[in-house]
Design a protein around this ligand. Structure first.
Ligand code: NAD
Length: 265
């Protein structure tokens, strides 16, 4: 008996085997969920289809989340095939490299709109389309990062997008709560993925997080997947509107240097 037996999960954001979305997909599959995947761009098809085949998933649909017609088409296909969605996973983010790094005040208007549209508005667009397919309630999960709460180097426009995503999480939770649809975000510690490679200085952030976090380790796609199972399944039945940190404890720190680093100050 799996925690997700009989449930249908639609997951956006698998790009390759390192994607956080793939870590979540594998866990949901292990717990018995039927998986439907959506990915962006022709280039990714050759990576995503073989991964889907590994778990016996043959629902693999392309969708650019900036395109309403493509979003409509994916949800219509899920409705036609399964008639419902129990879990919706949003693991999608994008920003122009110019708007990461440099000076925060130099973020461009177009870059701001692009990052916020793909990385934050898309959660509203997906939730609106999922709602009619969640007649028995459901769980919506997205991925955020600590830069939404505190200033992190270079994160710039994506930090603003993540703040928006966290606020959207709370407003959606309030809107959809009466239908027993729960909406939560997982704030993951830094993980080496394709999207993370676009953040200047990311390797340094990995080293720093590992050294400073209370658990003295990085987090993995599997760690995030475990929390996704909690939020997606009945184990999380009364949890909504939350930002759950899966970051080895990094976010609790007010000062991230150890006593040894302070010696001699
Ligand atoms: P990833 O590159 O594997 O995933 C990002 C996904 O966004 C890709 O699948 C990409 O195709 C998709 N995407 C980008 N533009 C899109 C569009 N227009 N339409 C549809 N999809 C589009 O990287 P990841 O790190 O697994 O990212 C997943 C989520 O986790 C993101 O929201 C990211 O911000 C978040 N996150 C990542 C980290 C980290 O350190 N890697 C930490 C915290 C949160």
């Amino acid at each position: 008996m799996g925690l997700m037996d009989g449930k249908v999960a639609l997951i956006f954001g698998v790009a390759n085997k390192n994607s956080i979305a793939w870590g979540i997909t594998q866990k949901l599959h292990e717990e018995g969920a039927t998986i439907a995947l959506s990915y962006a761009g022709d280039m990714l098809e050759k990576r995503v289809k073989p991964l889907a085949a590994e778990i016996g998933c043959d629902f693999v649909e392309q969708c650019d989340v900036q395109n309403d017609e493509q979003l409509d088409a994916v949800f219509a296909k899920v409705k036609e095939r399964y008639g419902r969605i129990d879990t919706l996973v949003h693991c999608v983010a994008y920003a122009n490299r110019d708007d990461l790094g440099g000076r925060f005040v130099d973020i461009s208007r177009d870059g701001f709109k692009l990052a916020l549209d793909i990385s934050a508005f898309s959660l509203i667009a997906m939730a609106k389309r999922a709602e009619p397919l969640m007649e028995n309630g459901g769980s919506i999960i997205s991925l955020t990062y600590f830069a939404a709460e505190k200033v992190m180097p270079k994160y710039h426009v994506m930090a603003v997008a993540k703040s928006a995503l966290e606020t959207i999480t709370r407003y959606l939770a309030n809107d959809l709560g009466p239908k027993n649809i729960r909406v939560n975000a997982i704030s993951a510690g830094p993980i080496k993925t394709l999207a993370a490679a676009g953040v200047p200085g990311f390797r340094m952030m990995l080293k720093y997080a590992e050294k400073a976090a209370p658990l003295r380790r990085l987090v993995s796609q599997e760690d995030v997947g475990n929390t996704a199972i909690w939020l997606a399944s009945d184990l999380g039945s009364a949890v909504t509107g939350e930002v759950v940190h899966v970051d080895a404890g990094y976010n609790i720190l007010g000062m991230t240097v150890g006593e040894e680093d302070l010696a001699g100050l």
